[in-house]
Design a protein around this ligand. Structure first.
Ligand SMILES: Nc1nc2c(ncn2[C@@H]2O[C@H](COP(=O)(O)OP(=O)(O)OP(=O)(O)O)[C@@H](O)[C@H]2O)c(=O)[nH]1
Ligand SMILES: [Mg+2]
Length: 313
């Protein structure tokens, strides 16, 4: 599980820092030491929180290559870097303020502590937007799927609206959203089934359009990230009724995805056979020469589990 933590508002952090500093300085024996201690505790608390926040901006090393690449479909690498550097720059500024306040206090300059609190508050206030971005990033981290790295994985990919999520449901009982319009699935849906006491992970992906890789949007890229990092087997789902897309487009997409992920094992699932005409089924069978094809009526989940299990293990 990825650890997430939200930040309070900058002004709330300042309040907390002040309270803690007062409390801790009150425990000091020497009265003359109190202002100095207050300044130290106040600044250190804020600096520590900023440093922790910077460390919580995820990196590839922490998330692993799959989750990190998936995160990059929601948040740019540039924005992650910026966030980290904003936190660290603010921390540095606070350190400087602390230094000059301590010098002032030692020279018994009037108002040094007050000035420190005021100036540090402005630094913190300037971080408002970064704090908000950081919190929205934490929400994104929470929706990253928790994949099982030990289970063999089949990826369901294909054109939008061909029935990928419906197949996930038939295989695993998942209740991910199914709808009669394209682009229903915008994130990866995961489900599991057992085959001969072995765990199979099924990943349903957002629909892909037949277009150049450079043209693909962030939602489509999530499917590609799953294909690239998780696939032990790719179940390419084809709507053979023509309801979702024509054969031409679906075959072209199949060819290009196969090329992009050469080395992965592909099988073709001919879906919506129940509403396809005989001639459409006949045509579909001939459109994927050299590929293994399975046709199944919607209720045959068990048959499909067997088919997949045998090819994975
Ligand atoms: N008749 C028939 N309809 C199906 C079959 N499988 C799916 N559908 C319907 O096709 C529509 C799309 O199904 P989804 O499972 O949401 O398709 P998807 O490929 O996940 O779509 P996106 O997430 O938008 O890419 C829904 O209205 C389903 O009920 C099937 O085997 N037969
Ligand atoms: Mg779907």
């Amino acid at each position: 599980m990825i650890r997430t933590a939200f930040l309070e508002k900058p002004e709330e952090l300042v309040e907390i820092a002040l309270k803690r500093a007062k409390k801790r300085a009150a425990a000091a024996k020497k009265r003359s030491r109190k202002p100095e201690l207050k300044a130290v505790y106040f600044s250190n608390y804020l600096m520590e929180r900023l440093e922790k926040a910077a460390a919580r901006v995820p990196s590839e090393a922490v998330l692993g290559p799959f989750a990190y690449e998936l995160l990059l479909t929601m948040e740019s690498e540039r924005s992650l870097k910026q966030m980290r550097s904003h936190f660290l720059t603010a921390k540095k500024l606070l350190a400087r303020r602390k230094g000059s306040a301590l010098r002032g206090i030692r020279r018994e300059r009037e108002g040094s502590l007050k000035e420190l609190v005021g100036r540090s508050s402005s630094v913190m206030k300037s971080m408002k937007e970064t704090f908000a971005k950081f919190n929205s990033l934490q929400k994104k981290l929470r929706v990253l799927p928790q994949v099982d790295g030990n289970a063999k994985t089949v990826i369901l990919a294909g054109y939008p609206n061909v029935g990928k999520t419906t197949i996930l449901k038939r295989l695993t009982g998942s209740n991910a959203e199914i709808a009669s319009y394209p682009f229903t699935t915008r994130r990866l849906n995961l489900g599991y089934f057992e085959w001969k006491y072995m765990k199979v992970q099924v990943v349903d992906t957002p629909g892909l359009l037949d277009r150049k890789p450079a043209k693909r949007n962030q939602v489509e890229k999530r499917a590609l990230v799953a294909l690239s990092h998780l696939a032990d087997l790719v179940g390419f789902v084809v709507d053979c009724s023509g309801q979702a897309a024509g054969f031409g487009e679906q075959v072209r997409l199949f060819e290009s995805v196969k090329k992009e992920f050469a080395g992965k094992k592909f099988v073709v699932f001919l879906n919506k056979a129940d509403i396809a005409e005989d001639r459409q089924l006949e045509e579909a069978r001939g459109r994927f020469p050299g590929s293994e094809i399975i046709e199944f009526p919607p209720e045959k989940g068990a048959e499909l589990r067997e088919f997949i299990g045998k090819r994975l293990y």
